[in-house]
Ligand binder design. Structure first.
Ligand code: PGA
Length: 257
């Protein structure tokens, strides 16, 4: 890894009721000083964002929404605007997670609209991209990732692109226990960084954090950390227990600290 501050982010998805969510957030906040060189982020379900944020008050753990709408307000039942998320203390928004794309009709176009709105409202956008197993087997991994990144960042000016984190999450690795190998992750991250240099410039590409997600666990983080374009992890299952989440964060801290 490089001088880019590494990220360890927990995507809690639709898990944890209020009290367990608070407990987990409390444990993460308490341990955050120990991993001072790592940027920690947690992402609870929307209705608990405020409570979780309050539990972590005084720590510098980031608070990420799992989605964000593009409009300020209006007739969009079930959606939440970037201003509303800022109001309740969110610093980040996860956008275009494959579960949103797969189950809720999220498209490259809607991902782009959400990303632009988030960035315009000073939310750091964690944009998720990744290929399916069929695409990987068909040799289309690079093509797919490039298409998704390019589409997500359409009309995003350089000044806002500085606030983008790209999460490479191959679909076949999410929730399956089968992580990408460090080499597979590195290849994808390098492709994304090169694309960022083409879309913007080398300086921006060199400072963009590119994180990996898909069955990241305490036992497989070590190989990933060593990859030059690996800037951290977006963690689902292993983020639901303080022990495993913090163990991953400590491994990253030990590597960079
Ligand atoms: P996983 O999820 O760690 O459970 O594979 C990762 C994600 O979906 O962000």
């Amino acid at each position: 890894m490089s001088e880019r501050t590494p990220i360890v982010a927990g995507n809690w998805k639709m898990n944890k009721t209020l009290e367990p969510a608070r407990e987990l957030a409390g444990a993460v906040a308490e341990a955050s000083d120990e991993v001072g060189d790592v940027e920690l982020i947690v992402s609870p379900v929307g209705p608990y964002l405020r409570a979780v944020g309050r539990t972590m008050e005084g720590s510098d753990v980031g608070l990420a929404a799992q989605n964000v709408h593009w409009a300020e307000s209006g007739a969009y039942t079930g959606e939440v605007s970037p201003t509303m998320l800022r109001d309740i203390g969110c610093s980040h928004a996860i956008i275009g997670h494959s579960e949103r794309r797969q189950y809720f009709g999220e498209t490259d176009v809607s991902v782009n609209r959400r990303a632009r709105a988030a960035l315009e409202h000073d939310l750091t956008a964690i944009i998720c991209v990744g290929e399916s197993l069929a695409e990987r087997k068909g040799g289309d991994t690079e093509l797919k990732i490039k298409l998704q990144v390019r589409a997500a960042l359409s009309e995003v000016p350089r000044s806002l692109a500085r606030n983008v984190i790209i999460a490479y999450e191959p679909l076949w690795a999410i929730g399956t226990g089968e992580s990408a190998t460090p080499e597979q992750a590195q290849d994808a991250h390098a492709t994304i960084r090169q694309l960022m240099a083409g879309l913007y410039d080398q300086k921006l590409a060199d400072t963009t954090r590119i994180i990996y997600g898909g069955s990241v666990k305490p036992h497989n983080i070590d190989g990933l950390i060593e990859q030059p374009d690996f800037d951290g992890a977006l963690i689902g299952g292993a983020s639901l227990q303080a022990d495993s989440f913090l163990s991953i964060a400590r491994s990253v801290q030990d590597y960079v600290g």
